[in-house]
Design a protein around this ligand. Structure first.
Ligand code: NAG
Ligand code: NAG
Ligand code: NAG
Length: 313
């Protein structure tokens, strides 16, 4: 009996702690916070659980079923594995990656992230016999790149290593010396001297991708994660630029006007189709995606116009 009481008290104390934790946030989330398990984060306030609780190896295999297809030359057979993704995501789950507020939002974020990953690593156009939405994670690097992607503007902070090329690598490919420099600093891996580590190590390749998703491209801008989970509050300028929290704006964060502010276009619609398909495969259902205005960025002004900045590419 005494034991039961102490358990009850402890549980009550924990629940109270959790509720207080959630309510302390300056911006109240519009979701119920009953599933919050507390946070230790600077990015998001209420997160808990683990991606592996709702995302199983069989789902990963289903989503990326053609990644080891032998019909495509020179791609990375056997490179990408479920466990590498789970290991890579562990560092970022306490910051809300796939775990924010409630399982449903976490699952949606996972679908969104994987949709970006799939479109950037797809061999869909090369494998005519396969379902194009199921051709993600075919590549782990940009094929046949002819550029070193060395931006001399950053030579004091992130000097290019002679002979080394900073072409696209990873699950959400990064380009340019400064992005390798920033990612390497955050992940404590010497990517400036050894960008090739990313193509040798799937855990690192996923980690770099999650880093890109969780980290603003520029200071004082939101990350893709922030805009997706609704943590980000649009300013007046954002509203004028038609930038609203949701999936559409993740494309703006990651690709700017290479994809957004271009009316309806194939690149954008391809990413959206992947997202909707993955919502189904992950078990959320695409009816949870919300209205088309939130999925699209066709009318959004870019955060970083590509003419005036060297975007991550
Ligand atoms: C890369 O170049 C090789 C040889 O020039 C070619 O066979 C191959 O198809 C190219 N790969 C891609 C993905 O374009
Ligand atoms: C792969 O990368 C991860 C993350 O940086 C690291 O912990 C692990 O030791 C690496 N594996 C190998 C074989 O280098
Ligand atoms: C809003 O946009 C205007 C015009 O582009 C710009 O001058 C101003 O600095 C922006 N304000 C903020 C807070 O970004």
């Amino acid at each position: 009996m005494a034991y039961n009481w102490s358990v009850l008290l402890l549980t009550t104390a924990l629940i109270t702690l959790v509720l207080v934790n959630c309510e302390e946030s300056s911006v109240k989330p519009s979701y119920e916070t009953d599933a919050c398990l507390g946070c230790r984060t600077r990015f998001s306030r209420c997160c808990g659980g683990a991606i592996s609780n709702y995302f199983r190896s069989s789902q990963f295999e289903n989503i990326f079923s053609n990644r080891n297809s032998l019909e495509v030359d020179a791609h990375e057979v056997g490179f990408w594995e479920y466990q590498s993704f789970i290991t890579a995501s562990a560092d970022y789950q306490p910051y809300g990656f796939g775990t924010t507020y409630r399982k449903l939002l976490g699952m949606k974020e996972l679908a969104a992230f994987l949709a970006h990953v799939a479109t950037k690593t797809s061999c869909g156009s090369k494998v005519a016999t396969k379902e194009p939405l199921a051709c993600g994670l075919c590549y782990n690097k940009e094929m046949n790149s002819t550029s070193y992607y060395c931006d001399e503007q950053y030579k004091s902070t992130y000097p290019c290593t002679p002979g080394v090329a900073y072409y696209g690598r990873g699950a959400l490919p990064i380009y340019w010396n400064y992005n390798y420099g920033e990612a390497g600093r955050a992940l404590k891996v010497d990517l400036l001297n050894h960008p090739e580590y990313i193509e040798q190590n799937a855990t690192l390749a996923f980690k770099v991708a999650i880093w890109r998703w969780m980290t603003p491209v520029k200071k004082h801008q939101p990350s893709a994660h922030d805009v997706f989970i609704g943590h980000w509050k649009p300013t007046k300028n954002d509203t004028l630029a038609k930038r609203v929290p949701g999936f559409g704006t993740t494309m703006n964060v990651l690709y700017g006007d290479l994809v957004c502010d271009q009316d309806d276009n194939e690149f954008m619609n391809n990413i959206i189709s992947h997202y909707l398909y993955y919502l189904d495969l992950i078990g959320v259902g695409q009816e949870e995606a919300g209205p088309h205005e939130l999925l699209s960025c066709s009318q959004q002004v870019s955060f970083n116009p590509s003419s005036s900045s060297s975007l991550n590419g």
